[in-house]
Design a protein around this ligand. Sequence first.
Ligand code: ADP
Length: 502
Amino acid sequence: MTEVRPTPPSADGDRAARRPSEVSVRMAAARAAAILTVPAAAVFLGLVAVGELSPWHGLGGVAVTAAASFLLVRRHHADLAVLRRHLDNRAGVDDPRSAIAERRSALAGIGEVGAASELALALERADRRAQDWIDRLAQRSQAQALVIETIPDPLLLIDARGRVDQANGAARRQFGQQIVDRDLSTVIRHPDVLATVRRALAGEAGGDVEIAIAAPVERVFNVRIEALASDGRGGAAALMLFVDLSAIRRAEQMRVDFVANVSHELRTPLATLLGFIETLQGPARDDPDARDRFLEIMKSQGHRMSRLVQDLLSLSRIETNEHQPPSDRIALLPVLEGVKATLDLEARRKDMRVRLEVDAVLPAVVGAEDELAQVVQNLLDNAIKYGRPGTEITLSARRADRVPASFPGGPTGKAVAIAVRDRGDGIAPQHVPRLTERFYRVDAARSRDLGGTGLGLAIVKHIVSRHRGALGIQSTPGEGSLFTVYIPAADGAAPARGATAA
Ligand code: ADP
């Protein structure tokens, strides 16, 4: 964008010198009156010569003609002088609007008839058109400024000296609020970017440069640099648009990691299966004891792969529907009781006991029953896997007094808290924020030995997010962990009576 600046006003002295003064108006009028009087004087002299007029009358006639001509012409010149003075003043001011607005008072002295008055009317008509034009331009430039400001990507306009001429909201948030007028090299130090901007300012083609910026948060940008037509009198000479590639790069990296993780998880059980098949076909062909043992191992490896595939399918199904929150009204007690019944046997194998604690009157929640059951099952399954043998696990549901800041319904949102507490080894704090990442395990070998896929908490996170709820993890190494899921409560009365069972 090029700012059009008016020509700087000439010195006042100069203008005053060019302005027609009253004296010069009079002199011009006198000259014109003299010229106009010459033919009349010739006629009067002729009449005096032939005796038709006395010399005194002839002289009087010439004098009256000269005076009348002078008065007429002076009036005309004075009007033109006013008009010229006004046009001179206008040429010198910065703001054409104020010049146009002043016209009426500046030309007030001009009469309503004659050539000067017609010129004034023509000027008024031209001004009206100019005013419309200026208004349209102002509207367009306001719209352009708004577009630049609201572009979600950072955008900088650079002047011919390499300084920031304009920065939109996203650019100020990224690079700082005070970047306008600063040299670009103090805002971005990336040499390739600076070199491309220099080339664009020198009139060459711009280009794209990919850069990583560490602060305030690490982001990867594609910087598009374009030269702008500039008249060299200030204003923008180059444009820089920063397109954020961080999310795309992150997604690419996640996809690569995910494929690598899934392949890795499948490779081990597959290699084990193939190894045992070969052994059974070869050396162990006629050994019934070995065959039974191997088949048992092969079965458990087959189950491991099947669990992995099931978890992967659940994850992909939940992700597909994540943008669509469930809307059923669910009574939690039967869900909790059902999951507890399924896992009681597993707990007993480790000499553990699951204690169910549910508020006497528990509000219903808004959710999908099978997904809520899966959340509780995954958490309870982990509590059994990672809890100490012989300890008690508490599975509870109550109306939440407080919800975490991450709860989408806000701090006053109504929720039911489903909590699973175990007495196990607990989790060191540095692992807690990463537990819901796919395949993240504190101890991968232990998780695999216990039949874990590394996807249980990732599934919990996605289900909770689909329910517009929140997940809280508290753990003390050596003491145990508490996983709490907050699910939005349904409005109205509770559909089911809670109970306490063990
Ligand atoms: P996994 O199939 O490995 O259990 P999850 O996604 O369910 O996968 O859990 C991820 C990791 O979080 C586990 O490998 C384990 O290290 C840790 N973890 C989960 N629940 C507990 C718990 N109750 N106590 C201790 N560690 C846990």
